[in-house]
Design a protein around this ligand. Sequence first.
Ligand SMILES: [Zn+2]
Length: 145
Amino acid sequence: MTQQLNWTDVFTNENEAVEAFKNFRTKKGIVCKKCNETKHYWLAGKKQFQCSACRFRTTLRSGTLLEGSKLPISYFFIAWSLLIKNENQVTLEEFQLQTKHKYYEPLWEYLHKVKTHFKHEDAAKMAGEFVEITQTFPLYKPLNN
Ligand SMILES: [Zn+2]
């Protein structure tokens, strides 16, 4: 029997979220800031990408919407799944409820960044990409599978 999981339950695990965010970045392509090379290796221990040409390292959040944020990467997937579920409408209250984060202020900024990132995406594309990026995870079981 396949257990059905709520998407937001899956991504309270930060290690899985890091893996998923790595996939998210890899899919979009990483460009070395130093030499413009696009081929990178993943340094699992450091959770950084390393340029295959000049060995320059790119952190997971660098150059993304999460650059500078100290909040967990899992929140990105929580926000993303809520946006899909609610057709691009997510209130700060719901985001706070799902993340169980204590403080309002950093959450507001985080959610705003995620909303801005997905502003021009259509719901079907967002859902498809979400599944594609997260389907390799042991915790994730697509519904109806
Ligand atoms: Zn490079």
